[in-house]
Design a protein around this ligand. Sequence first.
Ligand code: BES
Ligand code: MN
Ligand code: MN
Length: 463
Amino acid sequence: MTAPTIPADLAQWCSAQAVRMQDELFDFLRIPSVSARTEHVSDCAAAAQFVADALTRIGLTTTIEPTPGHPIVVGEWRGAGPDAPTLLVYGHYDVQPAEPLELWTSPAFEPTVRDGRIYARGSVDDKGQLYLHIKALEAHLAVRGTLPVNVIVLAEGEEEVGSAHLEQFLEREKTRLACDAVVISDSTMFAPGIPSILSSLRGMAYLEITVRGAAGDLHSGMYGGAVVNPAMALARILASMHDADGRIAIPGFYDTVQPFPDAVRAQMRALPFNDAQLMHEVGVTALGGEPGYTTLERLWTRPTCEVNGLLSGYTGEGAKTVLPAVSMAKVSFRLVPDQHPDAIAALVRAHVEQVTPPGVTVHVENLHGGRPWRADLTGPIIEAGKRALEAAFGRAPVITGEGGSIPVVGDFERILGAPVLLMGFGLPGENAHAPDEWISVENYHGGIRAAATLLDEYRAAVG
Ligand code: BES
Ligand code: MN
Ligand code: MN
């Protein structure tokens, strides 16, 4: 096969339209579509409408589907005919909360370019990466008046809060959403200039643990030492989740973990990675984790238990002598094949109840969960992805894993029976979920060219 290239007609159109395509993304980024906050319900609706309008304008048939949460947008283009394959593009228009606001160099919802990067909440996760696919479709429709394959665009607004209503939507609409492959850009490249295809995602079980003691806060001198302290009890419960070496100590936790195939581990070990660079990137002087695994293996192939948030007692200025009545922790478990989120949640609950000391009560609430995923990495969509990325970035992609979660990926395979290509255009240090989130200008436009080329390559690969 010849070396892949970007079709010249599309490449030329993309350069001519680059400024406008970036301006449109800026309008999208200005909408504060924070799915976690009720005060942003109407902003999420506005972002859904923005996506729907963008799809309608370029020639797709579009509907906005209400859910008990934020709406789902579906765009369809069936002009390639019943014999052509159908590609489904998935992305999310919701974003994480922007707090702490004071740590942003420029305001979170006022997109700003500095040093070749577009800074804004959602720039990389995932509005920029969703919108680049819409612009790739536009390139084809504007230049050629047609697409080489049938296309469905599915944009949801609840990814950042666990995609609670998407699975049932896929079940309900599986005839309409029937497709031959799915492409998602909601992840990162291994390094600048090194395009990447993801081979795995971790799953998730997210729990909230509340410990209650006395009916109200108490004077810590008058009662401390005799009344059990819920903050200390919670600290013990949390500490009991790992052993001294860093392995998770919840009985049964590792029972269903399947080791990653040797070939995949070998590929990971071949990637140029060094711990010192990661330490520098995040600003720490040592790393820690499960013994017996490299850093990339810990991140991509092993399950974890992490405290995401802790609350108890007096946290204001100075000292207050108080024995708190309540303590709370948000705890998430990243899962790997074949751990099931509900089964893990049940094991955690049993363990927590077992280790909770007398004198306090504990309540464990299941907030959300998602299955882990591992790709097969064969077939036309993967081959097309490799060629499209090579065409757009000038070198063949590497195969990477990922520590994060996109709960719906497993559902696409299970419910729609379609393989998923994950080609992301973020970069290490992109600050997703943090202040100063950015996407590189080069990758936004490179992503448009890769996504546009993918359509031709996919059609050619299917034959
Ligand atoms: N885009 C991320 C997932 C991701 C992060 C993929 C980094 C690849 C690289 C997604 O928006 C996300 O943040 N997912 C959540 C899922 C959770 C809310 C169920 C996550 O991983 O925390
Ligand atoms: Mn995302
Ligand atoms: Mn995210």
